[in-house]
Design a protein around this ligand. Structure first.
Ligand code: PLP
Length: 235
């Protein structure tokens, strides 16, 4: 099932790239494997997928230990400061930075391991109470502080758009996130590069690609529905 689903997702990504005059290589598909067993991840791996997203620290580290080392693990879920140390050298990219305190912790743990942690800033574009992320108007103030944390590289922005029937209603949020990243890039700050726009999930990744996404995070579309009874923290 996973292999067939991947073929369908791949076709849709390609079509969205064609529609918007973009190259397929500009878009990384992140297979969001949260709550799903190692066996399904292995099937996706067999089909060529190397980038996987998880939203919980413990699940990420457990799967990290059981699966091939050429997988790039992405931390896409809300991250508590006391857990940063467990993933600092395991997550290739942390998508969910939403406070200076978290950034400070990431910087400190990265320094201990003598590495530079790649992160994205999560922005709550639709201003939903239920979501994490900075409000759009808070972003520039945050950006000005990033140079104080030399062991982090801010690679771009991430947003989780509303869960909606009609993906077109999310286009405005994707478009606004891209504009925000252009404004930030214009500031030419040392440890900030705005190459990554992580936006779009199963329901709306095609629209997100049309609006400039460089990473789409697709779970259900690849692995099928998640069992919410087993995982209350997942939306
Ligand atoms: C679960 C999750 C996804 C994937 O959601 P689907 O709708 O299953 O594609 C993407 N991003 C984040 C941050 C998630 O937590």
């Amino acid at each position: 099932m996973v292999t067939e689903n991947l073929e369908e997702v791949e076709e849709k990504i390609q079509a969205a790239c064609n529609r918007s005059g973009r190259k397929r290589e500009e878009v990384t598909l992140i297979a969001v494997s949260k709550t799903k067993p190692v066996s399904m991840i292995k099937e996706a791996y067999g089909a060529g997928i190397r980038v996987f997203g998880e939203n919980k620290v413990q699940e990420l580290t457990e799967k990290y230990d059981q699966l091939p080392s050429d997988i790039q693990w992405q931390m896409i879920g809300h991250l508590q400061r006391n857990k940063v140390k467990y993933i600092i050298d395991k997550a290739e990219l942390i998508h969910s930075v939403d406070s200076l305190r978290l950034l400070e912790t990431i910087d400190r743990e990265a320094a201990k391991k003598q590495l530079k942690a790649k992160v994205l800033l999560e922005v709550n574009m639709a201003r939903e109470d239920t979501k994490f992320g900075l409000m759009p108007e808070e972003v520039m103030k945050f950006i000005d502080k990033v140079p104080e944390y030399p062991h982090v590289l801010l690679e771009g922005l991430m947003t989780i758009a509303p869960n909606t029937e009609d993906p077109e209603t999310n286009r405005q949020f994707f478009c606004a996130l891209r504009k925000l990243s252009v404004d930030i890039a214009d500031k030419n700050i040392d440890n900030i590069h705005m190459g990554v726009l992580s936006m779009g999930m199963t329901n709306d990744y095609e629209v997100a690609i049309e609006e400039g996404a460089t990473m789409v995070r697709v779970g259900t579309g690849i692995f099928g529905k998640r069992n919410y009874a087993l995982d209350k923290n997942t939306r």
